[in-house]
Design a binder for this molecule. Structure first.
Ligand code: PEP
Ligand code: MG
Length: 607
């Protein structure tokens, strides 16, 4: 890349690791339609290219509509009828052709201009009907532009390869992220996104280095440009120099050694220096993570996010499909505990079937248990599949987004009813059924005492607890600096929950991203938490920390942290305390274990 100017970008490193590869830019509204001039004698050919793309888009929409009508239902397919009408809309199509002839610009750019003009006018009306039509309009135009690109006008680059690339996009949803294959996508970076959005969690889960919240990276990067993604530091380098490449190649090698050092701990137990056992469980986003769960030595699965079954498809998963999938987790863990969370749709996870039902601002809207109680058929199918999958063993069912006792009572009533019906039908049942609540809304933490009487266990979801306590959207880059797990109000809610659990003899675990940060893991242990559930890749690091500390030291840290009143003070204390632990660890290993030292140095600057 000699001669090309190097650009540096800083964002939020959400998944550790180094990736060096050519970029693959996913079209976004900002990059979608590059504009170029068309010679007067070629303009009719360009119009022809546009008309062909529209015809192809229509064929495609018709085919998808038919498939959805057959496989799902007519109602869902109606949306494609609306798209077909738009592809025949005189304003959209004829205005585009007229303007192409007048301005002599390429079809993509003119269509996009016409779309945004029309879209802005619809948006200005502010009516829900027009807002929905606006989405359809953009969908339709993007589809035509995709066909234009595939048709290749000679001015266009070939359809870029997605092999061994770094994906660059304005924003990515968890569904798109989940589709990435680790062999093809070596890293990714986006303009938008926050530290605990589900795209970030999925990236960490599948072990792809990722930096989000880069603001305008898509304005600079073009498909094929060489990129470095440093997921440790949240940095991205475009057109790196030879020296930078050497530096990052070395860093990538060190990261591999670091992972190897942690893997050596796989079969040793997570016990503190004074012999207290800490359960280190894994969170699972996708079935493909099962090998990583076992490979990293997880002692159980503390959270199966079952949404993967519902994303990337127009319809709903059947009872059989769900049962088979849940069984794989339970059998894979061979008797070790598995916590299955019921559907948590809404927020940044919206499958096709729920798009119309979640309403505006789905993070605060019809999400998770709210959606399940409003759609009892969906909820019952899932619960029955969980009970069927766990026949003969124990099932731990975790209900997300509990805001009060009634939702919990209603959930338990439905589970009991299904179990009773299965018993009457002579179906095999689990040996025991445990039902827990996620504590991720402040009201649940404040009511943790009474809630304990309704549940068998509690699991604190700090990702949401932070967003709902501090009123900071977890996926919004602009407010990302306000998203502070170290906020004393968040810590106080965790403290209340842990105390309530202790008083009522109800186990309390933590399954938010906080568990995988060594500083917070220490703090949580000091606050009395004995089960931490995290991304499988984090288990090794946390185990090293657990094995280097005594409960007394962790409790001392917790006492000091909980006396602080600002996030910065909390973070200072945690950093100092973690450093003390690491210094001790380094002395222990300095003479014998070089690799461990590399690992511990990396630990010194936790994200
Ligand atoms: C959480 O909110 O902390 C959690 C574990 O659930 P999710 O990230 O899936 O919302
Ligand atoms: Mg949550």
């Amino acid at each position: 890349m000699a001669g090309r100017r190097t650009f540096f970008f800083e964002g939020i490193g959400v998944s550790e690791g180094i990736a060096i590869a050519p970029a693959y830019v996913i079209e976004t509204d900002r990059t979608i339609a590059e504009s170029y001039e068309i010679a007067a004698e070629d303009i009719e050919e360009e119009v022809e290219r546009f008309e062909t793309a529209v015809r192809q888009a229509k064929c495609e929409v018709r085919a998808i509509g038919q498939e959805v009508a057959e496989k799902v239902d007519r109602q869902q397919a109606a949306i494609f009828d609306a798209h077909l009408l738009m592809l025949e809309d005189p304003y959209l199509i004829e205005t585009t052709i007229k303007r192409m002839r007048k301005e002599r610009r390429n079809a993509e750019s003119v269509l996009w201009k016409v779309t945004t003009d029309l879209g802005n006018r619809m948006q200005a009306i502010g009516d829900q009907y027009f807002t929905e039509r606006n989405h359809d309009l953009y969908d339709v135009s993007r589809r035509v532009i995709r066909h234009l690109r595939l048709s290749g006008s000679g001015e266009q680059a070939e359809a870029p390869s997605r092999h061994s690339c770094i994906v660059v996009a304005n924003n990515l949803g968890p569904a798109e992220t989940a589709q990435f294959s680790r062999d093809q996508v070596l890293g990714f970076c986006t303009n938008e996104g926050g530290p605990t959005g589900h795209a970030a969690i999925v990236a960490k889960a599948i072990g792809i280095p990722a930096v989000l919240g880069l603001e305008f990276v898509t304005n600079y990067v073009r498909t094929g440009d060489l990129l470095i993604v440093d997921g440790f530091e949240g940095k991205v380098i475009l057109h790196p120099s030879a020296e930078q490449l050497r530096f990052y190649e070395k860093k990538a090698d060190q990261a591999a050694l670091y992972r190897q050092a942690l893997e050596e701990l796989r079969d040793v137990p997570a016990v503190t220096l004074d012999g207290t056992r800490i359960n280190l469980f894994a969170n699972i986003e996708l079935p493909e993570e099962m090998p990583a769960v076992l490979h990293n030595g997880a002692e159980g699965i503390g959270l199966v996010r079952t949404e993967f079954l519902y994303l990337n498809r127009p319809g709903l998963p059947t009872h059989e499909e769900q049962t088979a999938s849940y069984r794989r987790f339970i059998e894979g863990m061979d008797g070790r505990p598995v916590v299955m969370r019921t559907l948590d749709i809404g927020g940044d996870k919206l499958p096709a079937f729920a798009e119309k039902t979640t309403g505006a601002n789905p993070f605060m809207g019809t999400r998770a248990i709210r959606l399940c109680l409003n759609n009892p058929d969906i909820f019952r199918t899932q619960l029955r599949a969980m009970l069927t999958a766990a026949a003969g063993s124990q099932i731990n069912i975790l209900i997300p987004m509990i805001s009060g006792l009634d939702e919990m009572r209603e959930s338990r009533r439905i589970v009991d009813e299904i179990a009773e019906a299965m018993r009457e039908e002579g179906q095999p049942l689990p040996e025991s059924i445990r039902i827990g609540a996620m504590v991720e809304i402040p009201s649940a933490a404040l009511l943790a005492g009474p809630l304990c009487k309704e549940v068998d266990f509690l699991s604190i979801g700090t990702n949401d607890l932070v967003q709902y306590t501090l009123a900071v959207d977890r996926t919004n880059r602009e407010v990302a600096p306000l998203y502070r797990e170290s906020h004393p109000a968040v810590l106080e809610l965790i403290r209340l929950t842990v105390i309530a659990g202790r008083e009522h003899g109800i186990p309390v675990s933590v399954c938010g991203e906080m568990s995988s940060d060594p500083r917070f893991a220490l703090l949580l242990i000091g606050m009395g938490v004995r089960t931490l559930s995290m991304a499988p890749s984090a288990i090794g690091i946390i185990k090293r920390v657990v094995r280097s500390v005594s409960i007394e030291e962790a409790e001392e840290m917790a006492r000091e942290v909980l006396s602080k009143t600002s996030p910065s003070d909390v973070e200072r204390v945690m950093k100092r305390r973690l450093k003390m632990v690491l210094d001790k660890l380094r002395q222990l290993h300095a003479s014998t274990d070089g690799i461990a030292q590399i690992a511990d140095e990396s630990l010194a600057s936790p994200s």
